[in-house]
Every structure is written in C-alpha cells, then in structure tokens.
Ligand binder design. Sequence first.
Ligand SMILES: *[C@@H]1O[C@H](CO)[C@@H](O)[C@H](O)[C@H]1NC(C)=O
Ligand SMILES: *[C@@H]1O[C@H](CO)[C@@H](O)[C@H](O)[C@H]1NC(C)=O
Length: 526
Amino acid sequence: MRSAYALVLLARMSDALALYLARDRCDLDLSEDVVMMGQGAVRGQKDDIAIETTKGHLTANVSFRPEARYVEYVVETVPGNIVACEGTLGCGGARCAVRRFKGDRRPIAVRRGAFLRVAWALRYGVVSILETHLLPPVEWRLEVGCDRTGFFTELLGHLGALRDALGSDLSVRGLDCSDEELADLFDTEAAALKELTTDRQTPDALAIAHGARCSPGTVDVARLVVEREFAPGRDIGVYECALRAQQVWAPTRWAADQFVAAGATSVVVVPEAVNAALFSREAASRDDKSMAAIDARLGARTDAWTVLCVAKWERRKGLDVLLDGLFRLDDARLALHSYRPSWERGERNLQKVAESRRAIACAGRPRCAVVQWLGDGPLSRSEMRALYSRVDAFVLATRGEGWGLPIHEAMAMELPVVVTNASGIETLASPDAAILLPSNGVDDDGYARGPTARDVADALQYLRTNPATAHRLGKLAREHVVTLFSPHAVASIMRAELQAFVLRRATGRRPSSPPPRWSSVADELR
Ligand SMILES: *[C@@H]1O[C@H](CO)[C@@H](O)[C@H](O)[C@H]1NC(C)=O
Ligand SMILES: *[C@@H]1O[C@H](CO)[C@@H](O)[C@H](O)[C@H]1NC(C)=O
C-alpha cells in the first residue's frame, strides 16, 4: 500500500477545494472534526486517512484505496493564492483532485493552542482545513477559600490535566491558598495550583466562572451545579449566572435539563474528574503516615463491617435516614466524616447526636450497629484516601447532589457505593457500578424525598452479607470512573467545548467578538 502526504491548508473559504471537489463535484460524504495541534491524530475508519498534529506539525497521510488510485498533495498557505492547476478535475474514480497550489510541501508548524476544523472524504482522499483558530488564554475563576468545598475539590481534580490539554495559557483567579492549605493537598495538586494561580486578570482570556454564582464582569462559560429541580425563585444566584453566561457547563444531563428549563440557551454536559492514580488502593497502601492518622481517628480496631459516609450534617444529605437505616443492622459500623456547617444550628459533637438517635433505635436490642464519628477536624487529601482504603463500603442517602465527589472518590477507591438515585447521580453512579436507592419523587422544595430507612438497611445488609458481590461492585465502580471521568477524559471534553465555543463565536453568532484574523494565523503558519 502506497501512501502520500496530502496536506491541504484551506482557510475559511466556502469554496475550499476539497469541499468543492468532494461535495459539489464528486458527491462525497465529508467527515468533520476538530484537530488540535500537538495532540495526536484523527483517524478515518480503516486507517485510510490519518491527520497527525504531533511535534507542532500538521501532516495528513492519505492511503490509496483501490477505487481512488490517485491522490494529489495540495498545499495552500493563504486563501486566494491558487496559481496553477495541473491535470483534470473529475470524479471518474481514477482521479478526483488534481490541482496544485503555490506552497510548500513541508509540514507546516502551527502554534501551540491552534486548532483546525478539518473535513475529509475517504473515497478520494481529500483533506480540507476549513478553519484555523488559536485558543485564547483561559481564565478559571473560582472565588472560594481553599478549605475544600466541592468547588475547590472539583478544580483539584482536573486542573493539571486541563493545563496539559489546552495548549493555550490557563490561569486560576480568585483563589488564595495559604502554604498550610497547600500542604494538605497532594503534591501534584499543590504544584498545579501554585503554578496557575494569579490575582491579575489575563487580557482577552476566555473566562470560566465557577462556584455558586458568577463573579462580576463578562462570563463566557459558567461551570454550575444544582442539587434540586428548577422552579422560579429557587437557587436564584445560580440561575442568574447561567442566564448571564454565553454557555453553561452542567455536570450531568439532569442538571443541564434544569438550566434549560430556567431559560439558558447554550448548555453542555461536562462531568467532574477524580485522579484515579492518586485515589487508588495501591497509592494509599504506600502512605503509612496517613494510614496511621486514620487508624487513630477510627479508634480501636474492630472486625465489624464498616461503611463510610462523607457529608455535611444538613438535611439535604439525608444523614437522618442513613442513621435510622444503619441502626436496623445488628453488626455494622458507620465511619462518619461529617461536620455541622456554621449556618446550621444544633449540637456540634456529632457523636452525641448519633448516640441519642441510637439510644432510641437500638433500645432493648442485644446487638445494634454503631457509629464512629471521626471528629471535627478536617482531613488532608491523603488522609481522605487512607480513610476510603480502611472501610468496606460507602453510603450516601442524599436528597440531591451537584455531582457527588466523595462518591466519585469512593468508586475510584474500589468501594461498593450505595447512593440515592436523585439529581442525575446515575451519570456517576451508574446502576451497573453502584447500588441506587429509590428517590421517591421530589418534595415541595424540589429535593428528592429520598429513600426510606428500610431501603438503606436492605442495601447495607446486602453488601455486608455478600462480600464477593460487594468486591466485584467495587472493581466495576473503579473501572467506570477511570474510563469515563478521569482528569484526562474530562479535560479533553473541556477542551473540545472551548474549541467549539471559539468556533461558534468566530462564525459570527456573537457579532460583538470579531473572528480571529486570518493574517495572524497565517503568520503562525509560516
Ligand atoms: C504517516 O506516514 C508516515 C510515513 O509512512 C508514518 O511514519 C506516520 O506514522 C504516518 N502518520 C500517521 C498519523 O499515521
Ligand atoms: C434513576 O432515576 C431516573 C430518573 O428518575 C430513572 O430514569 C432511572 O430509571 C432510575 N434508575 C434506577 C436504577 O432506578
């Protein structure tokens, strides 16, 4: 099989040669894709076409196929400089595109951050570059503290991978972590934060607002989560931000539906990430220091089957139902990593709270499940990992989650998880990789009514008494999140969405932003 380098650089021209030949003259189906410089290759089926963009070069390999015996190599560096045409134009099967442009046959270097919209037709090996763009710098705005809210933890999950994937500059604004706070993170997370955090605005950056509401100023993309169904008057700050942004990134299809119901016009699904190389049983086992810290918190060693819950003590998290369900079991221990948020009233010693509930639920029974509260202090990231590795299962009888990062981490740590099937949680905890509890519809506030104590008890008892199934479920859980929601996978989705965003903006749907000038891209091409 012979192969030829076919490199067709056509700028944003409606009469691009390959399009003309393929679509207008030869009636071919064109495939389209976005190719990112420096990010591997796009391949046609059967390897008959390969567009490679490694080492800052774009190269298109077109293999000959029996019905397309001739493929011409075509280069155009600037639109409109077609100076010569050799051969014939036709669709006779032997020869489709024979045309030569002024230009250079050497691969052409394109700057980091550039990406191209490419069209190709396999039958005659035509390749056409429809548009060339540079991804602008990207500014991730997150105005929360570094005390590991869900927002902050989410950022930790994908930050390094997003930096590696973008090919353009990435900065994080709005965060100011102390050295102490950074010391609580994994080294790679702290390093990425240190490198990318700035308090200066990046001019012309594409802004991604993240958090409970948008920061003031222009917002291109809003990364938002919701925990309950949309209704007018609910979660006003979140929906105000959604409507102000050009595009909303929602973590699940369900969340996207809520934003659409609220009137957002451009909503895409971008899941959250957990680094499964950091969150692995193997990595935990090598970390003696964190293991010792967790063993001290868990107290006296016991043979009891232990299920973990990580959740703030607030109604939404369903800890009331969880405890009632737990206390239906005779032999089980709940490791509870929880605190009462400052805005919630009530006893802060959650061991006391659990004990008084237990006294009622377990009254008169010789044996009854126990709760081990891990205390008020936060855990470092590596202590969290050690905690997951020290328990048998994870449970959350929640009434609504934005995404569910503790569930995600538990799944990465090969724990079988039990969680309410509410607010799109199925995306993360798919039914073949988790045990889903019934949500029983929604209440007057739009939250899931949640499972019954009996539902919780049945699921826990099932895992406790079927260790082989529980083990298999844990393996499936890790496989599921490693495949779908790794930092690399999520960063690739983010990059693709940003490229699509820039393409859409350039094609004039937003007249306020002029399309990138060809000349600047052409300069890059030289
Ligand atoms: C293109 O062809 C060259 C030479 O045959 C080969 O070395 C290269 O790996 C090919 N690239 C792709 C993306 O297949
Ligand atoms: C989870 O809830 C969704 C939405 O209500 C439903 O479509 C789905 O069937 C449920 N899945 C399971 C496993 O119960």
